[in-house]
Design a protein around this ligand. Structure first.
Ligand SMILES: [Ca+2]
Ligand SMILES: [Ca+2]
Length: 359
């Protein structure tokens, strides 16, 4: 603010000029009229400034002027916020930090971060925030708000959106299967009941269970197959572990195996004159281990091997040397712990070659 003054003395000379600014500061004193005398009021308010002039006769005169001083307008600060990452699965951990908040005509003196945009800051302080950690446990859309305040109390804020998506969640259509006495395969479905991508793997607990496919993403159909061939009689249990980034579960598997079951093929044989032997096939179509025994009803017919376990091939060999020409019948009885079967055997014997011996 600049002050100037003018006055005159009708019968003499003005010798002193003083300006009292009215704010208690030192007055300006001069011997000539003031021209553009600067003065700054440090506080806002109304002040009564006086110009006092004295002439050479010692007389003074005063003129007053009311001055209204206002403070200069405050520039508000600018808030700048950094929030990586802004999208992710719950629980989502983020860090928020000041990204260079400024005040064009002063300084930022207060910072506050509200992670849910609910007006209640989770963090505040006089220094710029540097990597303030926060974790969102519940999926949803949030606003992270940074509010700053300058040295004259002016606020500013800025915000960043954060999207928290649900985590993957494994769901399996069946909890298990009982294959009973004969079934060999079944299926179950995997689905993602949450968000994001569900990555799952299936691991059988034992070698007689196989799964296909063994892994996948989100929805899928898994085929579970059991191999009964090496299982003993009785009940067998196992499982398929389904594990994923959205939880894990166990798919239980059980089956039952009956006892051994004898199967003999064929059940009748006819060895023609040219056939020196024939074969029988023995198999176990049940569970457990089949133990068998072969017994021919005639001494001229042999079975080899005569005893055994599991699947086997039996060779039947007739001894025609003591047999007369024609067709001879015998029976091979196969007995086992899985049942018994009789196999009928016919053996053709040719006419002996007629010979004449003369001595
Ligand atoms: Ca300011
Ligand atoms: Ca809050």
């Amino acid at each position: 603010m600049l002050f100037s003054g003018a006055a005159s003395d009708s019968d003499g000379q003005l010798v002193q000029w003083r300006i009292l600014f009215g704010d208690g500061t030192e007055p300006w004193v001069g011997t000539a009229a003031p021209v553009s005398v600067p003065h700054q009021y440090e506080t806002a308010g109304r002040f009564v400034a006086r110009l006092v002039v004295s002439d050479d006769g010692g007389t003074t005169a005063t003129v007053t002027q009311t001055v209204a001083a206002t403070t200069h307008p405050n520039e508000p600060p600018e808030a700048a916020l950094a929030v990586p990452p802004v999208v992710g699965e719950a629980p989502l951990a983020i860090t928020a930090s000041d990204d260079g908040s400024t005040d064009p005509d002063g300084t930022v003196v207060q910072y506050a971060i509200d992670f849910e945009g609910d007006g209640a800051p989770e963090w505040s302080g006089p220094a710029p925030p540097f990597d303030v950690a926060h974790e969102y446990a519940i999926p949803g859309d949030y606003l992270v708000v940074l509010t700053v305040e300058d040295d004259e109390g002016a606020p500013a804020s800025t915000s960043r959106a954060v999207s928290v998506t649900p985590p993957p969640a494994l769901a399996v259509s069946k909890s298990g299967v009982d294959f009973g006495g004969s079934a060999r395969s079944t299926t179950f479905d995997t689905t993602n009941a949450g968000g994001g991508d569900l990555n799952w793997t299936c691991t059988p607990s034992t070698t007689w269970i196989t799964v296909s496919p063994t892994s996948g993403t989100n929805g899928g159909t898994v085929t579970v197959t059991v191999d009964r061939s090496a299982l003993d009689g009785g009940t067998h249990t196992g499982s398929v572990a389904v594990s994923s980034n959205g939880g894990s579960t166990i798919f239980s598997v059980s089956l039952s195996m009956g006892g051994a079951q004898l199967d003999v093929t064929p059940t009748s044989l006819h060895l023609l004159e040219a056939d020196s032997s024939a074969t029988l096939r023995i198999a176990n179509t049940g569970g457990g281990v089949l133990s068998f025994d072969c017994q021919a009803s005639a001494a001229w017919l042999s079975a080899s091997p005569a005893t055994g376990t599991g699947a086997a091939t039996i060779t039947l060999t007739p001894d025609r040397s003591a047999l007369s020409a024609g067709t001879h019948a015998a029976t091979v009885s196969v007995t086992s712990d899985g049942g018994a079967t009789d196999v009928s055997v016919l053996v053709d014997v040719a006419m002996g070659r007629l010979g004449l011996v003369i001595e």
